[in-house]
Design a binder for this molecule. Structure first.
Ligand SMILES: Nc1ncnc2c1ncn2[C@@H]1O[C@H](COP(=O)(O)OP(=O)(O)O)[C@@H](O)[C@H]1O
Ligand SMILES: O=P(O)(O)OC[C@H]1O[C@](O)(COP(=O)(O)O)[C@@H](O)[C@@H]1O
Ligand SMILES: [Mg+2]
Length: 541
């Protein structure tokens, strides 16, 4: 598919363009800014600009649908790529626009640049080499000069899905207050109990007064659930209730559901803007810098780690074990370890480990007991699952959303360490196992996360009012951006063993890297990491 845009990026009216395509989707015209390019919700659509910089040469010439691996630094565009988000005008070309009421708001009227320029983009990579392609960019978040909803016509709804996370209530509060205070929108519905609430529960009317204090409480005032996503029933309900803005707070699973909803909305030709606000305690959402609530969870985890440390250092041969959340990603365990400085060993799902023999965990524990008199291990719940399933009656179940149910690696490790020292080494140890699981996520967000949640909510509100849809919001290199939903669902964010952060942790704890037993490692880590490990081994031989 190849499109030529004929209007300048400076234009504030939707650009018109000519289209030559052999795709099956019908030609669309008169699209909002360049967002027309992203009208195919499911495929990644890239906008390439001619010349070296869009700011110097603000005339897009080619729109291509291709995957990021196909991006080439051809012509003279220096490899600039915009991964744009869909816009309502891509399937509703005659949608009228209106001046943004923020122009007259006390708060925004004095801002030097009240509105985000259509040319403002956020770079995905900020560490680049001279001569390297400029790479992928996302549209910068923020208020636009034109909106595609009259405030009095807006009927918004908010839904929260998946596991809890500190800060959900703050996001709810700030969407309600943002819509009201910035755009004069009063009609906001709360969908209760997650996706299934659309078709199985009544809604509640959310007003600034009602949500005023909710950020002081953990959890979600709307309740949440796993499973129950039925796209057709949900969109029927959106239509029946006359909802035209849908704010969906949730993680990777939730965003897959949001993508399906926004596709169905497009298919039915509804003027409904769908936005996801990324939520997960595990920090496993791709592209964005960090998910909200993560910082709070890491801080709260310190309390469990401190307790385990105190218990361990106050007895002879004290062993503390703390299990933290992290299904597939060990970010909470890694950051909690780095923050604490008391932890001797951190185990995460991404980094395989082994117990017995040279370079194994048990040898290290014994060494630390001899050197220090106590030892502290932090492990993510997803670590070492293969061992637990070998020793326990394996339950290969999933939850209602299809997420794998994990076995308790903390209890398993506790038993293994006890057995080893009592029965094999004939050594007396004092072991304390602390599992603060839900305590780190069922709390209100800290100051940092509260501010972050406010920015996310306001970015989402500006984006939907401006007519964007099928997008998610979040900071990319500290700048808030509008990101196509498929970018956050196609892969999850995990700790990369080849990145510096894991090396920093190893350098801080001085724990073994467990790379000696390469056959264990080989089965678990990704291909790229394995290549690096093989290279290291060859070099060291
Ligand atoms: N592939 C999918 N398509 C549509 N909906 C999904 C999909 N995966 C998960 N969901 C729905 O998203 C919601 C939350 O998903 P879940 O995995 O529990 O949490 P999270 O969004 O935090 O990852 C659930 O209601 C689930 O049914
Ligand atoms: O017991 P629950 O509610 O299913 O939640 C447990 C899981 O939720 C998580 O916090 C992540 O949940 P989400 O995917 O919903 O963000 C995991 O760390 C944990 O395994
Ligand atoms: Mg998830």
């Amino acid at each position: 598919m190849e499109l030529s845009l004929s209007s300048s990026l400076h234009s504030t009216t939707p650009a018109s363009f000519s289209l030559s395509t052999n795709s099956t989707s019908p030609p669309r015209q008169n699209l909002g800014l360049f967002s027309a390019a992203a009208s195919n919700f499911s495929s990644r659509v890239l906008l390439k600009f001619n010349k070296s910089s869009i700011l110097r040469q603000p005339r897009p010439v080619v729109v291509k649908s291709q995957s990021s691996s196909e991006i080439t630094n051809d012509n003279d565009d220096h490899g600039f790529v915009l991964e744009d988000v869909p816009h309502l005008t891509s399937f509703l070309p005659d949608l009228p626009s209106y001046p943004n009421p923020l122009k007259y708001s006390q708060a925004y009227a004095i801002v030097k640049n009240t509105f985000v320029s259509p040319e403002d983009v956020v770079a995905q990579q900020i560490v680049v080499q001279k001569g390297s392609p400029r790479g992928i960019h996302f549209r910068r978040a923020g208020p636009r000069e034109k909106v595609y909803f009259k405030p009095e016509q807006v009927r918004a709804c908010i839904v929260t899905c998946g596991g809890l996370c500190p800060g959900i209530n703050t996001v709810i509060r700030e969407i309600v207050c943002g819509l009201h205070n910035m755009y004069g929108v009063d009609d906001v519905l709360g969908i209760q109990g997650g996706y299934r609430g659309f078709y199985s529960q009544n809604t509640i009317k959310l007003t600034p007064k009602l949500v005023n204090d909710i950020h002081k409480r953990g959890g979600t005032c709307l309740q949440t659930s796993r499973g129950g996503h039925d796209t057709k029933k949900i969109v029927d309900n959106i239509q029946d209730r006359g909802i035209n803005q849908v704010y969906i707070i949730g993680g990777d699973g939730t965003h897959k559901g949001a993508a399906a909803i926004s596709k169905e909305v497009e298919k039915r030709g509804l003027q409904v803007a769908v936005v996801g606000i990324p939520k997960t305690i595990d920090n496993d959402i791709a592209v964005i810098d960090k998910s909200f609530g993560f910082d709070t969870a890491v801080e709260e985890a310190q309390r469990a780690i401190n307790a385990a440390h105190v218990e361990a250092e106050c007895v002879a041969n004290g062993v503390g074990i703390v299990k933290l959340m992290g299904r597939y990603s060990g970010f909470i365990a890694m950051f909690a370890t780095l923050a604490s400085r008391d932890v001797d060993c951190c185990l995460i799902p991404e980094s395989p480990f082994y117990l017995e023999g040279q370079g194994g965990l048990l040898e290290y524990v014994e060494q630390r007991l001899k050197e220090n008199g106590h030892v502290l291990i932090v492990l993510a719940e997803g670590a070492g699952q293969e061992y637990v399933s070998q020793s326990a009656q394996a339950v290969n179940g999933t939850d209602a959303s299809g997420n794998r149910l994990l076995l308790d690696v903390g209890l398993w490790l506790t038993q293994e360490v006890k057995d080893h020292f009592t029965n094999v080494r004939k050594m007396e140890i004092n072991l304390k196992y602390i599992d603060p699981t839900y305590m780190i996520r069922a709390i209100p967000s800290n100051a940092y996360d509260n501010i972050y949640c406010t920015l996310l909510a306001q970015s989402a509100v500006h984006g939907t009012m401006a007519g964007y849809t099928g997008f998610t919001v979040g900071p990319v290199n500290s700048r808030h951006a509008y990101i196509p939903i498929n970018r956050v669902t196609e892969k999850t964010n995990t700790v990369r063993l080849t990145d510096r952060m894991w090396a920093r942790l190893l350098a801080s704890t001085n724990q073994p890297s467990f790379l000696q037993k390469c056959e264990i490692v080989r089965e678990r880590v990704d291909k790229e990491t394995m290549e690096v490990i093989d290279d290291m081994r060859i070099t060291s031989i």
